[in-house]
Design a protein around this ligand. Sequence first.
Ligand code: ASP
Length: 444
Amino acid sequence: MRTVVAKFGGTSLADAGQFRKIRQIVKADPDRRFLVASAPGKRFADDIKVTDLLLACFEKADAGLPFDGELARIRDRYQSILQELGLDFPLDAEIAGLSEHLASAPDREFTASRGEYLCARILAQYLGFTFVDPAWCICFDANGDLDMGMTKRALGASLKPLKNAVIAGFYGADEDGRIRTFSRGGSDITGSLAACAIGADLYENWTDVPGLLAADPRIIRKPRTVDFLSYRELRTLSYMGASVIHSDAVLPASDLGIPINIRNTDNPSDPGTMIVRKLPKGQTKKPVIGVAGMTGVSVIQVEKVMVSDGSGFSAIMLDILKQRCLPFEQCLTGIDTITLVIRNDLLNPCKDDLMDEIRRELNPDFLGLKENLSVIAVVGEKSTEDSSANVRVLEALTSAGVEICTINQGAGKLNLLIGVPEEKYRDAIKAIYATIEEDKENHI
Ligand code: ASP
């Protein structure tokens, strides 16, 4: 018998109808023994996710304001699911407990985690599966970082004896028993950890899209759904904003080579996107898997004659960033130049100060700052093996009148990273997509 871990996202649990779809999906394959549940998400465009309602409760409680309105909305969301599914569940007692917590010493992470806690308990009851509370087996350290070794052991020990289970996503607890959450969308990480802890054959990630899209659908109408890609390609695309799965969810599954399958709850017969270490025999994939990007970055350019003479200039530059705990997206060094790409939200609070420090410490011949840029990643392990795709991408940008501010391709040849002015970001994505797909019809 195979073992499949299936994670269901917020829209897949948004109402009773979605719970019924999950039951069908689980019944259709008895290998789907371990499920991970997110909190109920949006039922329609203007709806509010339960996690956001919980956070709104916390903000109000923390400010000493009444939070009853938001709490009542949360109760109603669960009540309508329970009522339609005909389940007898102690919802009022749970909500009363949460209300008491909020009124006494409210904790942000505990409050945020209650969406998954309640949802997983209800799903477990509905399916007749065991409920597993990750507070017992997803272990964080005192700083709120995941303790991977301990989690693998504790989660494996909790799950292995069970025939089947529903685990709440998104949270765990530290050594003191305090609830800790991952960043938003973190139930994906829980799913990957569960798959890793029990050595699953497959990690399914059920969501509301057909799979990973080759480009942002807000820019490209009906982009291609990627059928196969590697973990490295997925990690890059999701880091760069392709939002199908949390970027930190890739590592635990990829460590053990567990394939990740992105599936659509509304269309379960669709094979979705398969993320693998190696393509199955006979499968080929497109050289360029997809294109993604992030806006809101700046470029710092430092020039000094003899930068590359081994005097430690680059090391001093990186040390300045390290001392400030300021991460960078890219660091390009050339003859007598260093170029740093940094996110605006991190740079802006310390921009002037940082520029002064660079001037003071490095005494550069030239120091420049270009703001309002975006970085685009053209991703595909195969595409960069021969340079024709790179050439086509750069030609397409030039023909579209997009200034190329930075170019970066490491020896790993996984992706080509290109910095372009923010106002040209959409044009750049369209030009690149058109050239990689040879399709000019799909622009929005
Ligand atoms: N419910 C949390 C969120 O909205 C976590 C998750 O859905 O994975 O971010």
